[in-house]
Design a protein around this ligand. Sequence first.
Ligand code: ZN
Length: 272
Amino acid sequence: MPELPEVETIKQQIEAHLVGSIVAGVSTFRTDVIHGEVLSIMGSTITGARRFGKLLVIDTSKDISLCVHLKMTGRLTLLPVGETFPKHTHVVFHLQPPRSETQLVCFSDARRFGYIHFLPTTAVQDLPFVKSLGKEPLKDLTKKEFELLCARSKRPIKMLLLDQHRIAGIGNIYACEALWMSFIHPATPAQILTRKQMQALFANIEAVLTEGIERGGASDNSYRNLMGGKGKYQDFFKVYGRTGKPCVRCSTPIERIVIGGRGTFCCPVCQK
Ligand SMILES: [Zn+2]
């Protein structure tokens, strides 16, 4: 599932390539991935992009915004006119940039958990999804607030990190990597972490997310960016998906365990 760095990468590409384009047409092949009135954005100009956790928001000049959640397998792909649409394309936006040929943005999603929601820009803040999001690392979550969240939670630290209502944007990959960097076992109840461990973890969460953004996200599975390219962070994973391979710190084989129903990767020696 695309996490904060993957969605941030797409957001930055939208800012670079789509802002200033006019929405000249929208073709819809499946309506079950759409909420709201598609035609409301016709003729509007794309003015910017924002991100709330893993939710992407594209703003337009008509004060209508598109909220895009890619969920498991959703993709936005920018294509020149005439190219074949990606498999499982459900919606196509025809965009007219100011000084070049018309281009297409395809929303495709094999598993169809993703969606596009068209709504007035002023209503984005009030979406239940946005309202219920916790604060976000690298944005507004402070070290002190993070310590407080840990101190108040009896759940395994890994589950707390994945709880979007407490902390926004971290998914399975970045949680596993940050815990390994911090020498913390993923099943450790959050509240028994020492202050020093909480501070190390907070710093490492910021470090893995920053590295993820710098490397254009991770494409261990289906993620592709707006230009159809892969991210590179998967080539730098220390634990995620490395079951049986040696820990790069101590050579012990990495283990896969299950916490809260999610596959979790850790080193049984480094992360006691
Ligand atoms: Zn190790």
